[in-house]
Design a protein around this ligand. Sequence first.
Ligand SMILES: [Zn+2]
Ligand SMILES: [Zn+2]
Length: 360
Amino acid sequence: MTAKRDYYEVLGVSKTTPINEIKTQYRKLALKFHPDRNKTKEAAEHFKEISEAYAVISDPEKRKIYDQHGHAGVDGRYSTDDIFQGASANFSDIFGRSGGGFDSIFESIFGRGGGFGAQQSRGSDLLYETSITLEEVLSGKKMEIELKKNIECNVCNGSGCKPGTNPNTCTSCNGQGQVRKTRSMGFASFVTVEPCSSCRGQGSIITDPCKECKGSGKKKGIKKLDFEIPPGVDNGDYTIPNEGDEIPGGQNGDLIVRIRILPHQNFKRDRADIFYDQDVSMIDAALGKEVTVPLLDGNEKIKIESGSQPNTIIKLKGKGLPHLNSRGRGDQYIRVVVNIPKKLSKHQKNMLEEIQNSFE
Ligand SMILES: [Zn+2]
Ligand SMILES: [Zn+2]
């Protein structure tokens, strides 16, 4: 058995490195040696090593013990399981939502139930793409869609068994669905609980499968779904939890609604604000004029002031799009585009020259 390396050395940091830098460093290393990315056995070992180091260093109490008494202090006080269990919050902080990808990495390395809660099978996420107009962004849009997806088999109610029959209890695990194994890691040994391989964690084996779903308990079906796209959305993906594929005995996947905002003939958009170009003749710009501009909902008379310069911006407060997560609406901006005539009759030319002379 080789001696354990210093935790700070393992992470490539020093005792005085600020904790947020240690976190960044750990994340970098963890991604590099992540078992999903790096399949070598050394990588898995190294991943365990850096994760253990980070679990201790990121926990103020364990870090204090380590700083004072070294590995002997920590190992004498905590099992490997304890080290990771207490730190799971730190890890989910780093790797996003708790119960997400990182927990399952630990499960694959340490075995199911290695301190991170039992793994649950989960249906696939589904993608639904839709395009909406700016007017619909203003009002929000009620959607009624039909999703083709895996749903529970209606013949066996998801059990996978031919109706009237029951699954047999798995003899390898006595119906527990899991088997206990003791393994040693470094100085510590701990017990892990792993899914039974005979029944793939189900605790039972189907001997007489349902004909409709061939024992899978699910089948392709159509589910009607109503939901509302809220006012103010932008291009992007929005998640509706639990509306993805269904999986018997597991958690549903999510439905990802991918929204694309269609281009608008009048308006350009920047978040909650919209932009509109109003053409005016150079005469109107000089003399002033009342014009009617379109809004997303209706229209409004505005005054082009006499002497308006090209690209003057007029703001209509609160006439933009709703803010997605707060009250109120953005603004509509009107840009005055001054049109200079490209062709003039002889008569018009003479008159303009006359005007020009009057300025001198
Ligand atoms: Zn069935
Ligand atoms: Zn079993």
